[in-house]
Design a protein around this ligand. Structure first.
Ligand code: SF4
Ligand code: SF3
Length: 542
């Protein structure tokens, strides 16, 4: 076996990628990512054992976030960048050791590897399978994946100047705990739930960061056709990158379109002042292979999900920034003030043709908590009068598996007196269907990116209050969530922490759940997979 990774929904055979990732990750990158995570664990142990105050180690906090984010599915395929990050982490780790003056450290906190060969040698013994007990392995990995998602959201919040030290402290505690062989399965289950608690905190922090800077998302119609100007496509989740790109493209004759998870940026009042921020091009991440060809202009990846490009021509137009990376694509770094110079992208755009039109029309979104709560009276009346029978939370991710057609069919076949609450790129399975409205309330309410699943939880809690219920599970809300990568893991853990039961997760249950851990999730939280559309709808409507 040359590699092992089972962190995402598309893992080979549902059990693990062992030769090459279905995502395109090769053995080298997989091993380097394993080693990077191992260094994060070692750093974490030093911080915990040395009782270091996270306030005094901000550079380490930030590099830990970046390291975790770089290993998220489809974020970074650049072996050289990951190797550099490992070296940086080892050097920071050694500096920390001098400050912390701790002993009895784990190998993760002491090993040295400064060449590619020594890194591969080390990586061979520190990956996922180095934990022998399959239940402990399953729980450790679930915690780590949740923390990867948490780190991604904390990074976006940090880029907007919002940080919470106790989130960093939790990341160190939890990552260090994954090295601790004395922890029982019960203790790890408790830590998994605690990860969910911090998942809620980090999403609340990011919500605050986004809305305090860019305003509260509001109902917005987004054009999905094209204009005649040369253009740049921006993908991923980072709104500060978008802001800087829009500033730097102002009055240049170059338009900016969103792709995939960047679509919800249009819902923020702040970005509406940019006339050259013209619309959304295409669909969810996995459709990029065709859509980038017809777009013609440069593409900026601020985060996941990158699909390895098919042609050199497309590759030459892809730029990455932040935790994203792809070998052979230009990477743009921030200066010490967080400023990024996108002028190369703008110059390239000017030399390229305008995008081909692949569709026309528009989509409507912007139903984050503030907007929905502003409509609360209307919503509550519709529920009381029976016009709305049930809400379906269908947030999460999209992916390329054929089995995801389930979600389109599910949305189409839902009774007309139901409303879909969505967030994340899962929405592309049904956001262009004409599902109509109920008394002016659209039947698909898009709250935003995957992190805006937090909004859906806020809406549920608000409805619970309005209806005077004690338990969030007594609301007429069903959860049919699609997952793909590790941000969906933190969203799921956050919902479990909030007490939401009977979540259906698909299109397949995570490969990283051992049979016993899956059993705990089923028994304690009523987690279930999906079946066929008709029987699922019948079950949900009961
Ligand atoms: Fe396989 Fe997913 Fe890991 Fe990629 S991220 S190697 S597809 S499990
Ligand atoms: Fe999508 Fe990659 Fe998860 Fe943010 S862009 S939801 S999969």
């Amino acid at each position: 076996m040359s590699m092992f990774c089972f962190q995402c929904q598309e893992t080979a055979k549902g059990t693990g990628c062992e030769i090459r990732g279905v995502c395109g990750k090769n053995e080298e990158v997989a091993k380097l990512q394993d080693l990077l995570i191992y260094t994060v664990k070692g750093v974490s142990q030093i911080v915990v054992k040395g009782n270091l105050n996270t306030e005094t180690i901000n550079d380490v906090n930030h590099e830990v976030l970046n390291s975790l984010f770089m290993t998220i599915t489809n974020a970074n395929f650049d072996d050289a960048a990951i190797e550099q990050q490992i070296k940086k982490m080892i050097s920071l780790r050694n500096e920390l050791k001098n400050v912390a003056k701790t002993d009895n450290l784990h190998d993760a906190a002491t090993f040295e590897a400064d060449t590619r060969t020594s890194m591969f040698e080390k990586a061979a013994s520190v990956g996922v399978l180095s934990t022998e007990d399959e239940d402990v392995r399953s729980l450790r990995e679930m915690i780590i994946y949740g923390i990867k998602g948490m780190a991604a959201y904390a990074e976006h919040a940090k880029n907007l100047g919002k940080e919470e030290l106790d989130i960093y402290t939790f990341i160190y505690d939890a990552m260090a705990a994954t090295l601790d062989d004395t922890l029982t399965a019960d203790e790890l289950v408790a830590l998994t739930l605690k990860t969910g608690e911090y998942g809620v905190k980090v999403m609340a922090l990011l919500d605050e960061a986004n809305t305090s800077k860019y305003g509260h998302p509001e109902i917005t119609t987004v054009d999905i056709g094209v204009k005649n100007n040369p253009a740049i496509l921006i993908s991923g989740h980072d709104l500060t990158d978008l802001e800087q790109l829009l500033e730097q493209t102002k009055d240049t004759g170059v338009d900016v379109y969103t792709h995939g998870e960047m679509l919800p940026a249009h819902y923020y009042p702040y970005f509406k002042k940019y006339n050259h921020f013209v619309g959304n091009y295409g669909n969810a991440w996995w459709k990029q292979v065709e859509e980038f060809e017809s777009f013609h202009g440069p593409i900026l990846f601020t985060t996941n999900c990158i699909v390895p490009p098919r042609s050199k021509e497309v590759q030459s137009r892809i730029f990455t920034t932040g935790a994203a990376g792809f070998p052979g694509c230009k990477h743009i770094t921030a200066d010490e003030n967080g400023k990024k110079d996108f002028s190369k992208i703008v110059e390239l755009a000017k030399t390229l043709p305008a995008p081909d039109e692949i569709e026309t029309g528009s989509i409507v979104g912007g139903f984050a908590h503030n907007q929905v709560i502003a409509l609360a009276d209307k919503v509550v009346d519709a529920v009381k009068s029976g016009a709305i029978k049930k809400f379906f939370v269908m947030a999460g991710c999209d992916g390329r598996m054929k089995s995801r057609e389930y979600y389109t069919e599910f949305a189409q076949k839902l009774p007309k007196d139901t409303v879909i609450l969505t967030a994340g790129c899962a929405k592309y399975r049904y956001n262009k269907l004409d599902l109509g409205d109920i008394g002016g309330i659209p039947r698909v309410l898009d709250a935003g990116q995957c992190n805006d699943s937090y909004s859906l939880a806020v809406i549920a809690l608000k409805l619970k209050e309005v209806f005077g219920l004690d338990n969030v599970n007594d609301l007429p809300i069903a959860y049919n969530i699609a997952w793909y990568e590790q941000k969906a893991v933190i969203v799921l853990l956050a919902l479990l922490y909030l007490g939401v039961k009977n979540i259906h997760l698909g299109p397949t249950l995570p490969g990283f759940l051992s049979p016993n851990v899956a059993k705990v999730l089923v028994e304690k939280f009523g987690i279930a997979g999906i079946g066929d559309v008709e029987s699922d709808i019948e079950l949900f409507m009961k």
